[in-house]
Design a binder for this molecule. Structure first.
Ligand code: DLL
Length: 435
């Protein structure tokens, strides 16, 4: 089923016209309503009239998380607080959160966009949906909630925490769709096993996962542990929250709601625009938001865009699943290392649990990386020789993918910290000692 055929299957020429019209409007709006944008455009010598359509997009300057921080909390709002009905914020690792606002119309738009992505992932009004995202400043809980309600599913707003109780609810309330971060879904699978709940006693059939990067190998783990269809959906608070894009059941990338957001891929080093099919940093312009329009926002997420129509019938551009960010790349002794590379190696090795942590330290002038890897129960009770063999396998797997030697530390089952929201895989102690 397609939620909004008119826009999701629009002729691409027509779509471009619509985007151009909306771009002209939004540029005009931010120039007249947000002093920050007026000053920025004036400084760059840009007048709203210079932007005639999508082809002029690259004339506009970028915005970043620092733009939001610099205008904390309400400086970028294009409507007065009397028109704002909701605030969300994303918790940065340090300092103040970045704050976003929504008018009533923005909340309606958001619910529509969520309805699109959950329908394309296969949810229907027959489903009982357990939302295990935090309901709070994080956009995940409320975001998914109103879109799923719009579709007419039965919602269990379970929020996060108390995993045993979550499993009990899942069993008793006949949950058929799980909404969570992928890492929490794996943790829940572990608790399910601990509790001795039979998989057959559950009705779960579909997972709508998002909020953090995860690899295809992680998806395989989730599918095999839960025996469900596992779909990915993507978004960020600055653009709207979840609902920016999501997978259909063809699994050929995530469809972007292009009538509301113009996606671009740029070279993260030079800022230059790249073509469809080329990998780089994702940039979005939010065309229709009243309270918080945002121009050319640099996400730091790495992806590729495709514009060919999908076999599902949708014509909107698709983005490659995001497995890394420009700022999660570690440079270890001059070599670029992405956590997703490490994850892919680990997930291929039998006996290794899908839980790991990467520690980086600097001793003298030398960077050292240690990967803590949790083992599955069966392997841990095995012989010393088995443990040695698995350690060797991990080391050589990492060495052949990364090209550097990595220390591997095997740890007992269930000893690494579990998270209910976004997981934290990397502890870079160099940041602490350098600054
Ligand atoms: O995480 C919005 C969201 C909530 C999306 C629930 C999907 C489901 P923020 O807290 O602002 O918003 O974090 C945004 O999270 O720039 C990505 O780096 C990452 N991210 C979100 N979804 C995905 C995904 C929400 N499916 C940041 N794959 C983004 C990879 C994701 N990364």
């Amino acid at each position: 089923m397609i939620w909004d055929e008119k826009y999701e299957c629009m002729d691409r020429e027509q779509l471009r016209e619509l985007q151009s019209e909306r771009l002209r409007e939004v540029v005009d709006r931010v120039y007249n309503k947000v002093p920050f944008y007026r000053q920025l455009f004036d400084r760059e010598g840009i007048k709203p009239g210079d932007i005639k359509g999508v082809e002029d997009l690259s004339k506009l300057p970028f915005t970043t998380k620092d733009t939001l921080r610099g205008n904390y909390p309400y400086g970028l709002f294009a409507e007065p607080l009397s028109k704002i009905v909701r605030i969300h914020a994303s918790s940065g690792t340090t300092g103040k959160p970045t704050v976003v606002g929504y008018t009533k119309k923005d909340l309606d738009t958001w619910a529509e966009l969520i309805a699109r992505i959950v329908v394309q992932a296969g949810a229907t009004e027959e489903d009982v949906v357990q939302i295990c995202f935090g309901y709070g400043l994080f956009t995940g809980g409320f975001g998914l909630h109103y879109g799923l309600e719009k579709l007419g599913t039965t919602i269990i707003p379970a929020s996060i925490g108390n995993t045993r109780r979550q499993i009990m609810l899942m069993e008793d309330f006949a949950t058929s769709v799980l909404v969570s971060t992928p890492s929490y879904a794996l943790y829940m699978a572990e608790v399910l096993q601990e509790m001795g709940v039979e998989r057959e006693s559950l009705k779960l059939r579909l997972g709508l996962f998002g909020g953090e990067p995860w690899t295809e190998s992680m998806r395989e783990q989730i599918k095999s542990k839960w025996d469900i269809t596992a779909t990915d959906n993507y978004g960020l608070s600055e653009i709207i929250g979840p609902g920016v894009s999501g997978e259909c059941l063809e699994f050929k990338g995530l469809h972007i709601s292009e009538d509301h957001f113009i996606p671009e891929i740029i070279d993260p080093e030079t800022g230059e625009s790249l073509d469809f099919g080329e990998e780089g940093e994702l940039v979005f312009t939010a065309l229709t938001k009243e309270a918080f329009p945002v121009i050319r926002y640099r996400t730091k997420d790495i992806s590729i865009l495709w514009d060919q129509p999908c076999s599902c019938g949708r014509t909107t551009a698709r983005m490659k699943k995001v497995t890394g960010r420009t700022d999660d790349m570690l440079i270890i002794r001059g070599v670029n290392v992405y956590p997703s590379q490490i994850e892919s190696v680990l997930m291929e090795i039998k006996g290794v649990a899908p839980h790991y942590q990467i520690m980086v330290e600097r001793k003298g002038h030398l960077d050292n990386m240690e990967v803590k890897v949790e083992l599955e129960e069966e392997l841990f009770t095995g012989s010393f020789r088995d443990l040695e063999a698995v350690e060797k396998k991990i080391k050589s797997g990492l060495n052949s993918v990364l090209g550097i030697d990595v220390r591997v530390k095997l740890v007992e089952p269930k000893t690494l910290e579990r998270t209910e929201g976004k997981s934290k895989r990397v502890i870079d102690k160099r940041e602490l000692t350098d600054s």
